[in-house]
Ligand binder design. Sequence first.
Ligand code: IMP
Length: 231
Amino acid sequence: MSGSNTEIPAFYTSGSNRLPIEGGCVKQTHAIFPKPSGLGNKEDNRHMQRHSMHDDVERVLITQEQIQLRVQELGAQIADDYADGAPHMITILKGSIPFIADLMRAADCPLSLDVMAVASYAGHQSSGEVRVTKDLDESIEGRHVLVVEDIIDTGLTLAYVMRILANRAPASIRIATFLDKPSRRKTQIKADYVGFTIPDAFAIGYGLDWNQRYRNLPYIGALKREIYEPT
Ligand code: IMP
């Protein structure tokens, strides 16, 4: 299944509020925030004028509903594939937090979890320099490792992580990535499980950030270019 299309019916859901999006762009986004009660007129106006993170989305790439469905499919596939040996899921912080949280609950099989943190990105360009800022708590020797990533872009980060992990003698090692951006690949790396393949846009939401922002966007959006490349 590919997420590269933008024909996606787009809306943002907040409680019972459904906000239509025209042409993939979020409209009147301030309206999605419930108005705090008990505010006077002045505070009311300020609240309504607040800049919303949805305003920075150029277009919706993958909706919440599509994410939910696809993660369920991936979880079921993983549970089938690992019927003979529990996967030891290793997730790379921080972008994969929503994905691993959903994926592990969608996989109806015994599994274990560990986390690793690496630093590879400054702004929106991959630096190619990767360093481990938090290593694993447990040994992976003899275990069936499933590395869970948010996105593979150039592949430099994951190639580095895979080299480290492969040296620790796991029984097997596979990759699950929520997003794949193959057009920008600089390595041979390929994932065994891919949520969505996306075009060359700067993706935000569902854990993905730009300068630590937008991780809490509940869908995947393309960030407006003028935000990461101001003129
Ligand atoms: P890579 O080394 O170029 O494959 O990039 C790996 C990391 O860069 C990912 O784990 C993300 O944290 C970040 N990254 C790459 N592309 C994007 C994007 O489109 N949006 C947000 N973060 C990204």
